[in-house]
Write a protein that binds this ligand. Structure first.
Ligand SMILES: [Zn+2]
Length: 252
């Protein structure tokens, strides 16, 4: 039993909830304004520079403001009620790759075992399952396959430059499956920054003959030439002053 999840689930039930995106009361969070930010139109979000071998991801939001707060709050503080809206947002990005009604296998980027233990949950797996559920509700037969595993422990990506990230991750992922892997998959993650992790995932899957139909994320860090759908759209969502966010851990 995942007692930490049970506990945070109970706290979520008992305490009046606030929206992690803007601090306003919301039951369940996020509030409608912040939820709308997860309902953006999918856009291609190529990192700049784009790593060789990357299948350019689709994203539905820029990684800043309330969207960033929602992702971090779910991941770092196990606010599990956020998994459903985040999954629905991810499903929108996947819909840019897969036409409605065509079966799709989602492959989430894996968390390291120590990180899952520390956080008490596997945020990306949870979001991927919610995304699959949202896709099925729209008539797209979607499943989640945990194909990717770490071959070794990798250093925290935060603070590493583009090249160092690539070197840190080269050969870090492998496909482990007792059965035959699916022929075609869509790789999913929460955020794309340099694209190093997604590139390594694509490499590992292709090495075993799996076709990567596309990659999809919730949010992309802002790069020249790409701006999120939140641009220009004044949502009236204000962040509480003085909020500090934990640095993002492993991943990118
Ligand atoms: Zn809000």
């Amino acid at each position: 039993v995942d007692w930490r999840s049970v506990w945070t689930g109970l706290v979520d039930l008992v305490l009046p909830d606030t929206c992690p995106g803007c601090g306003e009361p919301a039951t369940p969070p996020p509030c409608p304004d912040c939820l709308r930010l997860l309902m953006g139109e999918p856009r291609r979000a190529p990192p700049d520079p784009t790593p060789d071998g990357l299948v350019v991801p689709w994203a539905i939001a820029a990684y800043d403001g309330p969207v960033r707060d929602l992702i971090v709050e779910h991941k770092e503080r196990a606010r599990l009620t956020l998994a459903a809206p985040l999954g629905t947002g991810l499903a929108r990005a996947v819909s840019a790759v897969i036409p409605v009604g065509r079966p799709v296998v989602l492959v989430p980027l894996p968390s390291q075992r120590a990180t899952v233990r520390q956080r008490g949950h596997d945020p990306m797996l949870r979001i991927a399952r919610r995304a699959a559920r949202a896709l099925r509700a729209q008539g797209t037969p979607a499943t989640v396959a945990r194909l990717l595993h770490h071959t070794r422990r990798v250093a925290d990506q935060a603070g590493l430059g583009q090249e160092a990230r690539g070197a840190n991750l080269k050969g870090a992922l492998t496909v482990v499956t007792s059965r035959r892997p699916p022929a075609r998959v869509v790789v999913v993650d929460d955020v794309v920054t340099t694209g190093a992790t997604l590139t390594e995932a694509v490499r590992a899957l292709r090495a075993t003959g799996v076709v990567v139909e596309g990659t999809a994320v919730i949010a992309a860090t802002r790069r020249r030439g790409w701006s999120g759908p939140t641009d220009g759209a004044r949502t009236g969502v204000a962040r509480p002053p003085g909020r500090t966010l934990p640095a993002r851990g492993y991943g990118d």
